[in-house]
Design a protein around this ligand. Structure first.
Ligand code: GDP
Ligand code: K
Ligand code: MG
Length: 299
């Protein structure tokens, strides 16, 4: 009997220092915005699974929080989460930046990678920022110095070479089942993605100490007349002064956050929403187990 080409599937972890473009690359590969992105470190706090399904294969990508030396409980948890994925996957994409590779942060990760048997692709991201002449010697050097299975330059931002990366990934997948249905893009509920999109807008619009002190949950979803969805969200910060910054003069900051977030959520859902956001203070939540659990940062 003629048999079809065997279906392949596997888990691929995307790891690297904060801000190298892990979330951007994953969104690019699946063609949708699931993981939030910003120029602030620790934008990604959870492991997010994203699913890419083709005729002959399925890749489950894990977007991990950036790996860095932790300073508080949330930080420690983020690093643990990332390191623990090393041994559980079929392939690791170690993402670095073309314009600043191999500082202390990258070496910290290389040390951990040396201890595991999982194949590793070195993905050199942001090649749009450096001239080609500079890139080729770097690639040669990395190929000879380390035991990466592949060294691939890409631009997650404009998509350069990302299709080649996908082909190489597909070539590494073991025969396996279709773990998730064709139309499933992520393991996270929409409520979670909505909260993350709100948090992304806060990261973009605020500076200094605000980003790390913010948690967002969507606690209420309700169908309203005219096909409008009511979305009730809570922003948690650690101090009164931060609440003041989030709300802004005459409420302008919160208004801006809400407007930008609403547009993105409507794009995600394909329907109109009414977004109701309130701000609450929970002192020092990042160091309290109960809050880390309540906000979904810890099981
Ligand atoms: P993560 O912390 O590793 O998940 O990084 P993000 O995906 O949040 O991206 C961090 C920043 O780098 C964002 O401002 C992105 O727009 C930017 N970025 C990501 N990929 C590229 C790229 O290929 N080229 C350029 N120029 N910027 C990129
Ligand atoms: K980031
Ligand atoms: Mg990220």
């Amino acid at each position: 009997m003629e048999s079809k080409e065997q279906f392949r599937s596997g888990f691929v972890a995307i790891i690297g220092r904060p801000n190298v473009g892990k979330s951007t690359l994953m969104n690019r590969m699946i063609g949708r915005k699931i993981a939030i992105m910003s120029d602030k470190p620790q934008t990604t706090r959870h492991k997010i699974y994203c699913v890419l399904t083709r005729d002959n294969y399925q890749v489950i990508f894990l977007d991990t929080p950036g790996i860095h030396k932790p300073k508080h409980k949330l930080g420690q948890h983020l690093v643990d989460t990332s390191l623990s994925t090393f041994g559980e996957v079929d392939l690791i994409l170690f993402l670095v930046e073309a314009n600043s590779f191999c500082g202390a942060g990258d070496r910290y990760i290389l040390e951990h990678l040396a201890k595991i048997k999982t194949p590793v692709f070195l993905v050199i991201n942001k090649v749009d920022l450096v001239p080609k002449e500079q890139l080729l010697p770097l690639i040669d050097e990395l190929h000879s110095k380390y035991k990466f299975q592949e060294v691939i330059p890409v631009s997650a931002l404009n998509g350069d070479n990302v299709d080649r990366l996908e082909r190489l990934i597909a070539g590494c997948l073991p025969p396996g089942p279709k773990y998730y249905p064709d139309d499933m893009l992520t393991d996270k509920p929409e409520q979670f993605i909505m909260a993350e999109l709100i948090r992304e807008k806060i990261l973009h619009l605020t500076s200094q100490e605000i980003p790390h002190s913010v948690a967002v949950i969507v606690e209420q979803l309700e169908e309203r007349p005219n096909n409008t969805l009511y979305v009730g969200a809570l922003i948690y910060v650690e101090r009164d002064s931060q609440k003041g910054i989030i709300i802004g003069k005459k409420g302008q900051m919160l208004k801006n956050i809400g407007q930008l977030a609403r547009q993105e959520i409507e794009k995600l859902l394909g329907s109109k929403i009414f977004l109701d956001i309130r701000v609450k203070v929970r002192e020092d939540w990042r160091n309290k187990e109960s809050y880390l659990k309540a906000f979904g940062y810890k099981d």
